[in-house]
Design a protein. Structure first.
Length: 309
C-alpha cells in the first residue's frame, strides 16, 4: 500500500463534516478519474491509498486500514474462506479485456498447452490466479503440470522483463507497459473466461453509521458519473491517465477503445453471489480453497437501497 500525497486528501464544504472515507485506488483509477470528470467536490473527507491488487485491498479492510475499495470475485472468495472482516456492498460491472497470460516477446510458446513444466507467474488470490487455473483446464493441464510462481505485481514485471518466467498471468496496464516496451506479448486473453463482475467492499465496522453509508453511496454515485463522462470521451480518459501510469497516450487510448464493456456500480444481486460461488468451487476443485467457503456471508445489504439496481 502506498499512501498518496496530502493534496489528494480532499475536504469539501461539509454536509458530512465528521465523515472520512478511506478509499483504495489503483494507479490511474479513482484518484485520477474523479477529479478529471469534475466530480471530486466531496461533501466529506476522502483519503486515498494506492494499491496494485484487489487482494491487498481486502486485507487492508480486514485490518481496519481502509473503508472502501474494489476487487474482483477472486479476492472476495478468498476473504470469505478466511472469514475476513469485510463486506461486499455493491457490484461494479466492468471490462474483461485487460486480463491475459503474457509470455516474453521472443519466447517459442504459442499456446497455454506449451507451458507444461514451465515457470508461470501469477498474482495470488486475484483474477490472474483464477483465469490461469481455467486456462490450464481448457488446455488439458492442471496446476501441478506447471511450476506456478506467486509474485506481486512489481515482482512479476521484473521477472518477465528479466526472462526468469516463461509466462505471467496478469491484468491492467501492466499488459500495455510490457507490450509497448517490446518485453512481452499476449499468449491468451481471459476476456471470455471472466464474468466482468467486480465488487465494492466496505469496512463492516463503519456500516452501522448512517452518515458513513450516505457518504459511501454518494461516492459510488460520483464514481458512476465519472465513468459515464470518461466513457463518452476516451481521448480525455487517455490524456489524464497516460502520465500517471507512464504509458504513451495513444497506447492507453487503444486499450480503452478495446474494452468490451463499460464500468458501472450497482446494488449487488443474487446472481452475483451465484457467480462468485462458481469461482469458489473452481478454487476448491484445484485444492486452493476449502469446499465449505461461505461466499454469501460476505454480502451486505447496507447500501442496496441507496444504489441503482
Amino acid at each position: 500500500m502506498t499512501c498518496l500525497s496530502g493534496a489528494l486528501v480532499t475536504r469539501a464544504r461539509a454536509a458530512n463534516p465528521g465523515v472520512t472515507l478511506r478509499v483504495a485506488t489503483f494507479r490511474g483509477a479513482d484518484s485520477t478519474l474523479l477529479p478529471a470528470a469534475h466530480v471530486a467536490d466531496f461533501p466529506y473527507a476522502v483519503a486515498y491509498s494506492e494499491f496494485n491488487s484487489g487482494n491487498l485491498i481486502a486485507q487492508a479492510i480486514n485490518a481496519d486500514a481502509i473503508d472502501l475499495g474494489g476487487w474482483s470475485e477472486i479476492p472476495m472468495v478468498f476473504a470469505a474462506a478466511a472469514k475476513s472482516n469485510v463486506a461486499v456492498v455493491a457490484t461494479l460491472e466492468g471490462p474483461t479485456t485487460d486480463q491475459a497470460v503474457l509470455t516474453p516477446a521472443n519466447s517459442p510458446y504459442k499456446s497455454i498447452s506449451d507451458l507444461r513444466g514451465k515457470r508461470v507467474g501469477y498474482i495470488r488470490a486475484t483474477t490472474a490466479h483464477y483465469f490461469l487455473i481455467r486456462m490450464l483446464e481448457q488446455a488439458g493441464l492442471s496446476w501441478t503440470d506447471i511450476q506456478p510462481v506467486a509474485l506481486s505485481m512489481s515482482e512479476g514485471l521484473t521477472a518477465i522483463k528479466s526472462g526468469s518466467l516463461d509466462a505471467w498471468a496478469t491484468y491492467g496496464y501492466a499488459i500495455q507497459i510490457l507490450e509497448t516496451a517490446g518485453a512481452a506479448r499476449v499468449l491468451q486473453s481471459a476476456a471470455d473466461i471472466l464474468s466482468g463482475h467486480y465488487f465494492i467492499g466496505a469496512n463492516p465496522r463503519k456500516l452501522g453509521d448512517p452518515a458513513f453509508r450516505a457518504a459511501a453511496a454518494d461516492y459510488l454515485d460520483r464514481l458512476n458519473r465519472a465513468y459515464a463522462t470518461l466513457e463518452a470521451d476516451k481521448a480525455l480518459w487517455a490524456k489524464v491517465v497516460s502520465p500517471v501510469i507512464h504509458v504513451p497516450e495513444d497506447v492507453v487510448l487503444a486499450y480503452l477503445r478495446a474494452q468490451n464493456r463499460p464500468y458501472r456500480a450497482r446494488a449487488w444481486r443474487q446472481d452475483d453471489i451465484v457467480s462468485a460461488e462458481a469461482v469458489a468451487r473452481t478454487f476448491a476443485k484445484a485444492g486452493v480453497l476449502p469446499q465449505d467457503a461461505n461466499v454469501a456471508a460476505v454480502f451486505s445489504p447496507a447500501l442496496s437501497k441507496l444504489l441503482p439496481g
